[in-house]
Design a protein around this ligand. Structure first.
Ligand SMILES: [Zn+2]
Length: 158
């Protein structure tokens, strides 16, 4: 960024703690150049102890419901909204489970656990079907979207 988000002053480079970073001479704001996009993902359980996964229309891959948090939302609100958009179900008792960083694409994945009382599926632009998983053998990890999905999935059955 070129201007201070606090006060609008043009940022200038300075050495801070050995890092060459942009700083604000007016309010001492520092741009640490560590921005990331935040994705909120939810592992939701049914009353039958099944995990709810989704198949993406985009690539036919399987993952957990989730997506990018919008500015102004809490992480839980982002997770709940994305879950609803991709399934039509309201997830409750959303609690922080894990977090991942993937710097090469400036992504932070915040993973929650939650519960769903009633199984249903509302067709939407992103997801073709929901998949209920009780045992690891119910799905093929080769169909998973990527390493983060695989890691979260495996952690659930440790
Ligand atoms: Zn400033």
């Amino acid at each position: 960024m070129n201007y201070c988000p606090n006060c609008g002053t043009r940022l200038v480079y300075n050495i801070v703690d050995g890092h060459n970073v942009k700083t604000c001479s007016e309010c001492n704001y520092i741009d640490w150049d560590n921005w990331v996009n935040v994705s909120c993902v939810t592992v939701a359980y049914t009353n039958n102890n099944e995990i709810i996964m989704v198949r993406l229309k985009e690539n036919n891959k399987i993952t957990f419901p989730g997506g990018y948090r919008e500015l102004g939302e809490t992480l839980e609100q982002g997770a709940t909204r994305e879950f609803y958009e991709e399934t039509g179900m309201t997830v409750k008792e959303v609690k922080l489970y894990r977090a991942y960083t993937k710097d090469e694409i400036r992504l932070v994945w915040i993973v929650f656990k939650g519960k769903v009382d009633e199984i249903k599926f509302t067709d939407n632009s992103e997801v073709s079907e929901i998949i209920l998983v009780k045992n690891p053998s119910d799905v093929d990890v080769r169909d998973f979207r990527g390493p983060l999905t695989i890691d979260v999935f495996n952690s659930l059955f440790e």
